[in-house]
Design a protein around this ligand. Structure first.
Ligand SMILES: [Zn+2]
Length: 322
């Protein structure tokens, strides 16, 4: 039987990556089909609600403490190839949150970068070493300045190593997005990695969203371009991110916009503007990425508002199982 850390509130469980023996290689935080079965067992099949039922109960304030839903972020193909057959077999309908730039053949490069890192290096640390070599900057004082932040992040994201946290800080704070991508593309060249060849294998196609919708899973918003720090964007840019995402999903599913009512915050990033925008777009259920209270976002409790419902990361549950 699964207990969340405080065992006193409802929430979602967030999944990202799955691996198999084929194209979907094992990477940090990925699980396989058998792990998913075990995890569902561990959570307790009876505690898992279908997405529409979770939504209804949530709206009517009828959720019980032990009730959870399964959610899948980022519209990555391994979810369709590996997780969906398990969900269908066990008759669990879930939430799928998709960013939509991939349907213009401009997916978020993060996924491509992840694939590259896993498949073209022997270890994450080998990748980090190569990256810092190409970057060629003295980072000592940057890490010193951020020592408190690093400690805080380790508490918030216990499944990340200190090297992971440092790398993310360099990626998100030390570099601009385009500087970071420039380095990655240089590394692609060195390894003769042509990323366009992998789009179809790594990302949802429009038909995947339609399949999910036809099977009764709920497809929701996850921004258009999947910025790593959406909260740093101005009001108009944020609005554009969610409006475009909503239009794309509504078009692809051939469903009126007001029937798309759920979302998750990309990388857990949002601010009061975001919440305002989502309300105006008629979103009635929004998920965060973590279970902790973030006072800097004005949160006073877990599940602070209907747009800030906590989710446990599947890797934390996996750790508790083993
Ligand atoms: Zn995401």
């Amino acid at each position: 039987m699964y207990f969340n850390q405080n065992n006193n509130f409802y929430h979602g469980i967030v999944f990202h990556h799955f691996h198999d023996d084929g194209i979907h290689t094992k990477g940090q935080g990925s699980i396989d089909k058998d792990d998913l079965y075990k995890m569902i067992n561990f959570i307790g099949r009876n505690n898992i609600l279908n997405a529409d039922e979770f939504f209804e109960k949530f709206k009517n304030n009828k959720l019980k403490n032990n009730e959870v839903c399964l959610t899948f972020d980022d519209a990555i193909k391994c979810q369709i190839d590996i997780a969906l057959p398990v969900l269908e077999e066990l008759k669990i309908k879930s939430f799928f949150f998709a960013h939509t730039s991939m349907f213009q053949n401009k997916p978020d490069n993060l996924e491509i970068f992840r694939y590259f890192r896993i498949n073209y290096f022997n270890s994450v640390d080998e990748f980090y070493n190569d990256f810092y070599k190409v970057l060629d900057k003295d980072l000592k004082s940057f890490f010193e300045k951020n020592s408190v932040v690093i400690k805080e992040k380790k508490i918030k994201f216990p499944f990340h190593t200190i090297s992971d946290i440092k790398f993310r800080l360099v990626r998100d704070n030390f570099l601009t997005k385009s500087q970071y991508e420039e380095i990655m593309f240089l590394m692609f060249k060195e390894k003769q990695f042509n990323h366009y060849d992998f789009y179809k294998k790594l990302f949802f196609q429009k038909s995947d969203l339609q399949t999910l919708n036809n099977l009764g899973h709920l497809v929701g918003l996850h921004s258009h371009n999947h910025p790593t720090l959406l909260e740093n964007l101005g009001y108009d840019e944020q609005k554009n991110e969610y409006e475009r995402c909503l239009s794309f999903i509504s078009d692809i599913l051939n469903k009126p916009k007001n029937e798309i009512k759920s979302m998750s915050h990309p990388c857990g990033s949002y601010n009061e503007h975001t919440l305002q925008i989502l309300k105006e777009l008629g979103i009635e259920l929004g998920f965060k990425s973590i279970m902790t209270i973030e006072p800097e976002k004005g949160m006073t409790k877990v599940n602070n508002s209907f747009l800030e419902i906590a989710r446990e990361d599947h890797s934390n549950i996996y750790e508790r199982m083993n």
